[in-house]
Design a binder for this molecule. Structure first.
Ligand code: TIU
Length: 223
C-alpha cells in the first residue's frame, strides 16, 4: 500500500505494520485527570476522537495489528522517578487521589482508555511509565516477534508522548507515519511545530498524512 504522505510517499505492507495509539486515556482527555492537574485546558483533545475511531475501525476491518498504550504507574509508584512526581507545582501529583482515582496509576478509572477507542481482544495494551512507548516496555520485542517494520501513530499529546515514541521507533529502525488529524496537543503551536519537525529533512523522524488518506488507502486495498 502507498500513501501520498508528507514529505513523500509512504509504502507499507499491512501485515508488517502496526497502528500505535498513544495514551488515549481519560487522564489526558477528560477534566480531573493528569492533563488538567498540570494546568492544561483538556477540552481541545476530544476533537480528534471521531477521526481516531474511523481509522481504528478501518484498521481492524483490514485485519491490522493494533497497539494501545497508557501512561501509567504501579500503585506503589516504584516505576515513577521522584523527578517526575516532584516536578513543578501541579494541583495534584502522580499517585494523589483525584476525581477519577489516583492520578496516572494503573487500574484507576482515569487511567482507562476512553470507551470510544477501547481495546478489543487480540490487541496489545501496554502500560508505559515514561513518555516513550519503548522505554521500560516489551513493545520492541513484541513488534519484532510480529515482524513489524512500520508503525502508524495516533494519540496524545503530539509533542510529548507521541513525538517521543516516534523518535524511539525511528532509532529502532521502524518507518513511522503520524496521522495529523488523529493527534492533538494542549498547545496548537507545539502540535504544528512537532508535525513540521518530524517530517522535515526528508522525513528525519517520520512521515505525516491525514486520516482521510489512510481511510482511502485501506478502502482501496479491500477492493
Ligand atoms: N503533558 C503532556 O502533554 N503529555 C503527557 O504528559 N503525556 C503524554 O503526552 N501522553
Amino acid at each position: 500500500m502507498q500513501i501520498q504522505a508528507n514529505p513523500f510517499h509512504y509504502d507499507f505492507d499491512l501485515a508488517r505494520t502496526a497502528l500505535v495509539i498513544i495514551d488515549m486515556q481519560r487522564d489526558f482527555i477528560e477534566p480531573g485527570g493528569f492533563g488538567e492537574t498540570l494546568g492544561n485546558d483538556v477540552s481541545l483533545l476530544a476533537a480528534i476522537v471521531p477521526a481516531c475511531q474511523a481509522v481504528l475501525g478501518a484498521w481492524r476491518a483490514a485485519g491490522g495489528l493494533v497497539v494501545h498504550t497508557r501512561e501509567a504507574h504501579c500503585a506503589d509508584l516504584s516505576d515513577c522517578p521522584p523527578a517526575k512526581r516532584n516536578r513543578g507545582n501541579p494541583s495534584l501529583r502522580i499517585g494523589d487521589a483525584g476525581p477519577m482515582g489516583r492520578i496516572l496509576v494503573a487500574g484507576e478509572s482515569g487511567n482507562q482508555i476512553i470507551p470510544q477507542l477501547a481495546p478489543v481482544a487480540g490487541e496489545i495494551v501496554l502500560d508505559k511509565p515514561g513518555k516513550g512507548a519503548f522505554y521500560a516496555t516489551p513493545l520492541h520485542n513484541l513488534l519484532q516477534q510480529a515482524e513489524v517494520t512500520h508503525l502508524v501513530f495516533m494519540g496524545v499529546t503530539t509533542e510529548v508522548c507521541v513525538q517521543t515514541s516516534m523518535r524511539e521507533a525511528n532509532d529502532r529502525g521502524y518507518d513511522g507515519l503520524l496521522l495529523e488529524d488523529c493527534t492533538e496537543s494542549y498547545f496548537p503551536q507545539f502540535k504544528a511545530a512537532a508535525v513540521e519537525m518530524m517530517r522535515a529533512q526528508g522525513a528525519i523522524v517520520g512521515w505525516t498524512a491525514t486520516s482521510a488518506q489512510m481511510l482511502a488507502t485501506l478502502a482501496a486495498s479491500q477492493g
